[in-house]
Design a protein around this ligand. Structure first.
Ligand SMILES: C[S@@+](CC[C@H](N)C(=O)[O-])C[C@H]1O[C@@H](n2cnc3c(N)ncnc32)[C@H](O)[C@@H]1O
Length: 232
């Protein structure tokens, strides 16, 4: 069973079906005009980004390891058909989507949920045509945390330089499924190592809803990170 299977309802409730949050908006902006493109969304969850990209004219495949979240994505596709094909698979598995080629791959809030970064990036690079793009967003690896419901990107008792999977001690989804912390340099070096060259990056601020949670008197800190990389 995948980690998100047990919290599929909770996650959908938390993240919603819309794409207006700052990190997702930045990802869509970095993807640009997608009309006519063949795209893959990895770690697509309930499919909210795949649906938006399909509405914008792309041909979409969505892939996720969680059967429960994919059931939600497929139910949306049945209610409002957009031609999206969904695949229940581990994106880090050797040979996944063998022989397929995409113009772009997106991953929204997924990198820190995927245990094997090298396995993921090797497959992304293999599945992209030369010149194709990989666009992702995630909670900023440098976010220091505000409160129990907005925990730091890293285990608070170990600090930023300690990489690895950890479980936040809260009732939010990071406290239920955990996440893999990696330094920003690890992400950038791994992307380069897999032939994915940084083209543009964005660090969207938290937005009005999350901003209310910033401790009084504290200064703004990195909150989201998004980037577009080109396959060499
Ligand atoms: C935070 S959710 C993001 C869902 C969606 N992209 C969104 O924007 O709401 C992270 C997703 O990563 C998926 N995931 C984690 N490891 C995976 C893997 N190895 N292969 C495919 N999907 C994976 C989880 O099942 C979950 O749906």
């Amino acid at each position: 069973m995948a980690r998100y299977d047990e919290i599929a309802d909770f996650y959908e409730q938390r993240s919603g079906k819309t794409v207006g949050d700052p990190a997702t908006a930045a990802l869509l902006d970095l993807a640009g005009d997608v009309g006519g493109l063949r795209l893959l969304e990895v770690a697509c969850g309930q499919g909210r980004v795949a649906r938006e990209l399909a509405r914008r004219g792309a041909a979409l495949t969505g892939l996720d390891i969680s059967a429960a979240l994919l059931a939600k994505a497929r139910a949306c596709e049945a209610a409002e058909p957009l031609g999206i094909g969904y695949l229940n698979a581990d994106v880090t598995a050797k040979g996944v989507l063998e022989d397929q080629v995409f113009d772009g791959v997106v991953c929204n809030y997924g990198l820190s949920d995927i245990d094997d970064l090298d396995g993921l990036l090797a497959n992304v690079a293999r599945l992209l045509r030369p010149g194709g793009w990989f666009v992702f967003s995630l909670l900023h690896p440098c976010f220091p945390g505000w409160d129990s419901d907005a925990p730091s990107s890293w285990p608070p008792d170990q600090g930023y330089y300690q990489e690895g999977w950890w479980l936040a001690g809260n009732s939010g989804y990071r406290g239920r499924v955990g996440s893999s912390h990696r330094m920003i340099s690890t992400y950038l070096n791994s992307l380069t190592g897999h032939g994915l060259a940084l083209d543009r990056a964005a660090e969207p601020p938290p937005g009005p809803q999350m901003e209310q949670r910033r401790p009084p008197g504290s200064v703004p800190v990195p909150f989201y990170f998004a980037a577009r990389c080109l396959r060499r």
